[in-house]
Design a binder for this molecule. Sequence first.
Ligand SMILES: Nc1ncnc2c1ncn2[C@@H]1O[C@H](COP(=O)(O)OP(=O)(O)OP(=O)(O)O)[C@@H](O)[C@H]1O
Length: 570
Amino acid sequence: MVDCCFPCFSSQKSKRINSKSAESSKHDNFVAKPPDMKNKRPEDAAPIDPANIKATHYTFRELATATKNFRQECLLGEGGFGRVYKGVIPATGQAVAVKQLDRNGMNGNKEFLNEVYTLSQLNHENIVNLVGYCADGDQRLLVYEFVQGTALDNRLLENKGDQTPLDWYTRMKVAATAAKGLEYLHDNANPPIIFKDLKPSDILLDGDNNAKLFGFGLGQHGNDKMNLAPTRVMGTYGYSAPEYVRTGQLTLKSDVYSFGVVLLELITGRQAVDTTRPNDEQNLVSWAQPIFKNPKRFSDMADPNLNKNFPEKDLNQAVAIASMCLQEEAEARPLMSDVVTALSFLSIVPPPGAVQPMPIPKAPSMDSKKDSKGKQDHRDSESGSESDRRSERSYSRASSRRTMSRTCSSDSDGSYSSSSYLSDSSHSDREVSIKRTSRKHSSRDAGKKHSSRKHSTKDIIRKQKSTKKSVAVEEGGNKKSSELKKKSTKKSSKKGSGNNKSNKKSPLKMWSDKSSKKSDDDESISISRSSSSVISEDEIIEHMESRVSGNISFGLISSESTNSNRSDEE
Ligand SMILES: Nc1ncnc2c1ncn2[C@@H]1O[C@H](COP(=O)(O)OP(=O)(O)OP(=O)(O)O)[C@@H](O)[C@H]1O
């Protein structure tokens, strides 16, 4: 674990956030515990040799030239750590974003180089990668790849009249790619990086609506088990996990919570905090919590700008994922790797006609024009035909290799909530990204990383396959898993009554029950888009619950077991 390398910047950031939100000021007097030194990286003890830093070292003069002497017209924005300018590196012509760190927050060259070293090790398509730095005299600058695009908050929440609202699949794509970026920081960075304060303004969307996270790293590192002790709570009201607000302690699960808020914003089009709404709707999560318990109302959560143009089952899945991420108990929240798996499937655009959008209630004439053609047009105009083609390709690739996973986790009140979702068992994208990064990571900390990933969804799904316990939903195969129920019953009875939760009906279970009853005729698995599987959802639920009651978890991994596993390892 490495504590913030720029503690003085932290206070800068707090100041800014406090000015943004009066609510956060109540955390200013938080007294931090001393940082946990025993988990500090060895690199922190010794100065980093600049020769080992993968990012390019620039002189201040070079960056001044690149940004036209930090001219106002090049200013992209100002964050808690300093101003960000757009620039072009003269020697290479590369477009960059240059973050000039506030001078009064400077905390020494060693800490700066350590941070640069860590950031320069990262490389992922869903984060904004560091390409260079400058440590000239008292100047400290970070040079990032420039992302041509806009931040999610501009695109989603401050929807201007001239902008078409993001369509459903684009929102899911943004969520899935942002989740991938976060997963990378959690699982591949060494030490893991806690984003700390993820919000839509930290998510840049490139021209193809791929999310790229930025603004991380000048803060916390840690692992799932550790308790980070910041100098004060710096989170943004509305996005910070409750335990962080209460205790100031950050874990990877704090990020999962913040991600849940962002996902909820994508689903609802509402802001995390919106003081223009009625009192009981101003805080998005507080507004959503009662709805999470009432699946019939899930569709009420959808952004009206979507014009009900989304598959209802996908909406239910997305709400279920958000609800899992937003659990009060940090340990009950899923891992980001599992969120990635769930969302990756939801972001796949099915071929036209493969899925019926949610029925639109009798609409006034304007809407009814859209009913038949407009819905598809809407998608076309948003995603673009190229995007559709790409998605269709990946859809057909993935649809034949789907595995249904189910997740259950403990709620703070002792009941459990559960949600089912489809995961793309091929995981082609994830596999590629994991392979691409594993080289670096193995050179750094192979042993630990491998052990910490041993409970990844991929591995678990593989295990499921090998033991033939997975519920394969084979498109066109019309296969019925006749053994499923038997196995489920067998397992339940094996486990005895000690931990039998299957009688408890979680909201999501209730939703699943209803959904399966309703959809018996068309799709037996509520979230399958075009599958011809005849496995009933009840069977799957029963099967999954028998596993959970026996503390065998998979899919969105039971956080409790994961944490304990991790604890054991560490
Ligand atoms: N790599 C980049 N490419 C394009 N624009 C960027 C890039 N990095 C930052 N920006 C722009 O610069 C602005 C300021 O960046 P900064 O990281 O300081 O943002 P912030 O999220 O507002 O601050 P903080 O994370 O400290 O709260 C951002 O709003 C973003 O629009």
